[in-house]
Structures are given as C-alpha cells and as structure tokens.
Design a protein. Structure first.
Length: 392
C-alpha cells in the first residue's frame, strides 16, 4: 500500500521519519511522500529523513516558532489559519500514485492533537482517496493536561478520518526506562507493526509474489467501516543453517533436511496468529465484536503455507465473531516469520473509557483551580487597595 504520510507535531514527525528509515531498510515502498508539520522550529530541524522542503512550520505569527505549549485549542486554531501552507506541500504529492493519506500524530501534545483533526477534515473535503489517522495516546503518568488533550483530540480525530489506528503508550512504556529511550522503542514498535501491515502486496523487482496476495484494496476494505482500529503482531526467528538453506523452529525436525514438515508449519502459523491476536495489541481491547479483520503472514515463502493461513483466518473469525476476515501472505527474505493482524471497528476498549473519565476529572479539577485562583487574586487585589493609595 502506497501512502502519503503527514506527521503533525513532534511525535508525528518522528514516527514518519522512522517510517522512511524502515522503507530504506526493507525496500518496502510504503511511503510515497512524507511531510512534517509543526509549530516548533526545533522539532522540524531535528528530523533526519523528511526532505527539508517538506517540513512545514505553522503558526509563526502567533507562536514565533516556539510551539503551542500543550495548548491543543491553539494548535487547532493555527492549523486552520495556516492550512494553505500545509496544502502547498501536499500539492507536490503525486496523489494519483497514492492509495491513501495517513495523518500521524501524538494525541497528548498541543500542535498534533489540535491540528491533525483539522488537517484530516481538510483532506477529506478535497481528495477522494481514504484519509486515515494514526494516533498515539500518552501514558497516564504524563500528566492530566496531556490526558485531557488526548480525550478531546480522540473524539474529534476519530470523527474526521476514515479510520483511526491507535497506539497506546501506556501499554508499551517499560518501568525504569528513560523518556528518550522509551519513545525510541515505542516508535520502533509502531513502525514494525504498521510497516508489515501496509507493506503487504508491494512487490519490487526480483521479489516473490504472494500465493494469496494482500493488496491495498484488502486493507482499504478492512478499514472501510470507520471507527477505531488496533494491530496485533507476533514473530518467530528463522535461523540460517550451514548449507545456506533456511531452517527454523517451524520445521519441527532436527534441522538436517531440506524439506519442511507441512503439518508442523501449519500448527506454528496458527500459534503465531493466536499470539498476535491475544497478545499485546497497539490498543488493548476485547477482540470479540470486531467488525472486520485482516491477517498478514510474512516471512520466507517456504514457511508460509495456504492451509496454515486459512486455519488462522478461520480461528480469527470464531474469536472476533466477524464475517469479514481477510488473510494472505507477504513473502519476505528476512530471518523471521511474523503475523500482523488488523482489527478494525473495535468497540470494547477499556483504555478509551478510562481516558475519557480521567479527562472529565481533569477538566473539573482545572475549573476548580481556575475559580479558586480568581477568588484568591480578587482577595489579593482588595487587600492591596486597602493599604495603598491609588496612582490616579
């Protein structure tokens, strides 16, 4: 699937930058065009791979290139005011070669959480190709203002895009990890999962064609119902043997033969599918009630058999209760076999419910603090007036 990726805000720009690196490493051809939009000049300068002409600084008249300070209402305002600046960069994209837009944003900050929904609405009004969002939720330990921003942004973002793919930092941050190291690892996980998913079906010169092709239309159809999506992922290493052939724990044998045990390979694929669906999702949720799903098995072609994929797809149908579960393989000459599962239209998401509840409490607390601050200021001014002579 060929995407025009637009990173809005600091987190969004870094993730798109990392997608370009993934593209170079894997030759996947996912990113047809990449743009970064930010109100902070320093964040744009810090990017490595997005071309400088595709780095758009907005809000200069309001914030002078210093960012919006986690004020997502201001972020939305400057996005609306400077949308033509962003459109100028988008105009250079050959949209006839693009399957969809992907607007990437952290949902806890100011510029991305406020501006990404504004941009998504703008793109949907102008273009006929799908506009998807990739939103990253802040951890609960990052502070009330970021949770409040995320709750506000989520409600707007999910309404303005054709589908919102969500990654929850809370499920991936490790205890004792540095902030920078934690975010680098999180970005790595985001790109790995979505890279396998969006890379399916993109075949370059000399690459093998899948037995059961997953192309962009399969992904678009899976996401077509709208709402919220999450991605599961599991992988198992494949080792090289001394004779140059690929051997793996998938063989189930002693590693001495050239052939693979088909029955054992099928069982291993099914096991990977279960791990991907029931393990750590990008947004934790109950998979039962999922509207649509897509299964992509990738790895060396000799470890991807049709029976295993079909059995995994049937299991996924039973677990989700969905009648729209698509599946296929994605041959890659890499030392691992992996299963990526896109679950679209999930509704039983405790994290979102908690996020909204915490945001309501944070808003109430902020209102109380504001009211108390105004009362204290009024008392302070009255005391000063009693003790001092007026200037005029």
């Amino acid at each position: 699937m060929k995407l025009a990726m637009i990173g809005f805000g600091q987190a969004g720009g870094k993730i798109v930058d990392r997608f370009l690196e993934y593209d170079d490493q894997t030759n996947s051809g996912i990113v047809r065009a990449a743009i970064a939009v930010n109100s902070a000049k320093a964040d744009l300068i810090g990017l490595d791979r997005i071309p400088e002409e595709n780095r758009v600084l907005i809000g200069q008249a309001r914030v002078k290139g210093h960012g919006v300070g986690a004020d997502n209402e201001l972020g939305a305002e400057i996005a609306e005011e400077d949308i033509d600046e962003v459109q100028n960069a988008i105009d250079a994209i050959p949209t006839h070669e693009v399957d969809a837009f992907l607007v990437v944003s952290g949902m806890g900050g100011g510029t991305g959480s406020g501006g990404a929904p504004v941009l998504a609405k703008h793109l949907k009004r102008i273009y006929t190709i799908p506009v998807y969002g990739l939103g990253v939720l802040p951890g609960t330990d990052e502070g009330g203002i970021y949770t409040l921003n995320a709750a506000r942004s989520f409600q707007t973002f999910v309404r303005e895009v054709d589908n919102l793919l969500v990654f929850d930092n809370d499920s991936w941050r490790q205890t004792g990890e540095s902030v920078e190291g934690g975010y680098d690892q999180i970005n790595e996980e985001i790109v790995r999962r979505f890279g396998v998913l969006f890379g399916a079906g993109e075949v370059g010169d000399g690459q093998e064609v899948a037995e059961s092709v997953v192309d962009s239309s399969e992904i678009i159809n899976t996401l077509s119902g709208g709402g919220v999506s999450t991605v599961g992922y599991a992988s198992e290493e494949v080792e090289l043997n001394t004779s140059g052939g690929l051997l793996s724990r998938f063989t189930g044998g002693d590693g001495g033969g050239d052939g693979l045990d088909a029955a054992n390979t099928t069982n291993r694929i099914t096991s990977l599918v279960r791990k991907a669906a029931l393990g750590r999702l990008t947004l934790p949720c109950e998979i039962e009630g999922t509207e649509r799903a897509l299964l992509v098995l990738s790895g060396p072609s000799e470890y991807l058999n049709r029976k295993g994929i079909e059995r995994g797809r049937k299991w996924l149908e039973e677990e989700t209760g969905s009648m729209e579960v698509r599946g296929g393989d994605f041959p890659r000459n890499e030392p691992e076999v992996s299963a990526a599962i896109l679950l679209s239209g999930v509704t039983n998401v405790p994290r979102i419910k908690r996020l909204q509840q915490v945001a309501i409490e944070a808003q109430d607390n902020m209102d109380d603090i504001q009211e108390e601050s105004e009362e204290n200021l009024e008392e302070l001014v009255e005391d000063d007036e009693d003790e001092l002579e007026p200037l005029f």
